[in-house]
Design a protein around this ligand. Structure first.
Ligand SMILES: NC(=O)C1=CN([C@@H]2O[C@H](COP(=O)(O)OP(=O)(O)OC[C@H]3O[C@@H](n4cnc5c(N)ncnc54)[C@H](OP(=O)(O)O)[C@@H]3O)[C@@H](O)[C@H]2O)C=CC1
Ligand SMILES: O=C(O)C1=N[C@H](C(=O)O)C[C@H](O)C1
Length: 270
């Protein structure tokens, strides 16, 4: 099979630059285009120079339509509205769309299901092996430990992050809810402030910290009156997520149109 031609959208962002590096380092893939929005100060700049991996001869453009028509896949870590638009274009072009974007409002990502009739979509709040394994362990622990164990999810990220709780925290909360056989939507407590009243049995609480350059820290705490179990993941390098995204794209290249998760890519789905 020929090399997979990949477009990076949001190519000048923190993850966009990491993705450009990951594509250039991967075997079986090459960077075919780099996209930023109309009016971006980065248009015309070389994507490799921006990413710190030397000139690649791929200038940043805003013409996603043309880029997708000449590609096999797109790597997208941008913002929800942008990802919905890119999913429509990926469906038209019948290519792979790897979505790492987080910060989705309830139901906002539903149109992706329609796009997945034509595109091969892989979407995950976290593209690392460690976090996806952690989610499987959290589900198991939530099932094994009864409602005497209160579940709290704690996360910390860098000061530039715009969404909370993180996509990963919500994914871990979802895994815990599945383990308990309850709906996260009905039991999530996403923040606390003031006279909140005592904790309800069965709540799944979230706490968010922001500061400095922290790449991504997540802990799920199971707390009873007599013991406490904590399952944690610490991301040491943003490149981890970018490599996972390229792996997902190469995996989906062989698949039929559909909606997939990183757990599918990693063989962790039940
Ligand atoms: N799933 C995972 O494993 C991971 C997910 N993420 C998620 O990825 C997303 C991006 O994070 P990060 O890189 O730190 O954020 P950045 O703000 O650094 O990058 C986002 C980039 O997307 C661009 N962008 C936004 N809208 C458009 C558009 N319509 N067309 C083209 N480009 C657009 C932004 O441009 P502009 O500045 O002009 O808006 C920016 O360059 C977040 O949702 C984050 O949570 C991050 C790490 C891992
Ligand atoms: O914005 C980030 O940086 C990250 N976002 C993802 C999330 O919201 O969980 C994944 C990772 O933790 C880094």
């Amino acid at each position: 099979m020929s090399e997979m031609r990949l477009v990076v959208v949001g190519a000048a962002g923190r993850m966009g630059r990491a993705l450009v590096r990951a594509v250039t380092e991967a075997s079986g893939a090459r960077l075919s285009a780099a996209i930023e929005r109309e009016g971006s100060e980065f248009l015309g700049k070389d994507a490799g120079e921006l990413a710190g991996c030397g000139e690649l001869g791929v200038p940043v453009t805003s013409d996603a339509l043309t880029a997708f028509a000449a590609a096999d896949g797109v790597l997208d870590f941008t913002a929800p509205k942008a990802s919905l638009w890119f999913a429509e274009l990926a469906a038209q072009a019948r290519i792979v769309h790897v979505i790492g974007t987080t910060g989705w409002a309830q139901g906002e990502d539903e149109p992706l299901q329609a796009a997945a009739r034509h595109a091969r979509i892989v979407k995950s709040g976290n593209m690392s092996l460690g976090v996806n394994l952690l989610a499987a362990l959290v589900k198991k622990a939530a099932k094994a430990l009864d409602s005497d164990f209160d579940i709290e999810v704690l996360e910390m990220h860098h000061k530039h992050k715009v969404d909370a709780p993180s996509g990963t925290a919500l994914m871990l909360g979802e895994a815990a809810a599945k383990g308990r056989g309850i709906s996260l939507e009905d039991h999530a407590v996403r923040s606390r402030d003031g006279i909140t009243g005592a904790r309800n049995t069965g709540d799944i609480g979230f706490a968010t910290l922001r500061g400095g350059s922290v790449i991504g820290e997540h802990s799920v705490i199971f707390a009873s009156d007599s013991e406490r179990l904590t399952l944690s993941h610490h991301a040491e390098d943003r490149q981890l997520f970018a490599k996972g995204a390229v792996k997902a794209a190469l995996w989906a290249f062989e698949k039929k149109p559909g909606f997939y998760s990183m757990a599918d890519v990693l063989g962790l789905s039940d």
